[in-house]
Design a protein around this ligand. Structure first.
Ligand SMILES: Cc1cc2nc3c(=O)[nH]c(=O)nc-3n(C[C@H](O)[C@H](O)[C@H](O)COP(=O)(O)O)c2cc1C
Length: 119
């Protein structure tokens, strides 16, 4: 069974979590999108947190993640924070990541997903 999720606070979203905890004896292809896509290690952490929701009667056939766009309200919030005289040090980097995420999932993400699925 293919299960897709978006990342909410470092793990799958609540709807996906509620679905995953009920699954029994299935072969699972787990696919997720996360706004912060820069590091493979971060994807691994999200997958680990998400796989915890599945009980051991299931078999994980494949896992895959890619970057996904974030709502514009997130960029607006960053911009507002940036305009304050004292603000978080990495806001420019966060805005850069937001803009990078905005075009995802893209063609390459889909090709990588197909490759992962065909393995
Ligand atoms: C409330 C909320 C929490 C989020 N938490 C995270 C997070 O912890 N890590 C992350 O990488 N992205 C986070 N995001 C970004 C989403 O994962 C991103 O928008 C999503 O992957 C897009 O999926 P979609 O293309 O299916 O809409 C969050 C977004 C929202 C709205």
């Amino acid at each position: 069974m293919d299960v897709g999720f978006w990342t909410d606070k470092g793990a799958c979203d609540d709807t996906a979590a509620a679905f995953l905890v009920k699954m029994q004896g299935k072969e699972v292809f787990l696919f997720g999108a996360a706004g912060f896509g820069g590091e493979a290690a971060y994807f691994e952490k999200i997958l680990k947190n998400t796989l915890h929701k599945l009980n051991s009667s299931n078999t994980i056939v494949c896992t895959h993640m890619c970057q996904g766009k974030m709502p514009m309200s997130v960029r607006e919030r960053y911009e507002k924070m940036l305009s304050a005289p004292i603000h978080a040090p990495n806001l420019e980097g966060m805005i850069e990541n937001f803009d990078k995420a905005f075009s995802h999932p893209d063609e390459t993400d889909l090709i990588e997903l197909k490759n992962a699925a065909s393995k």
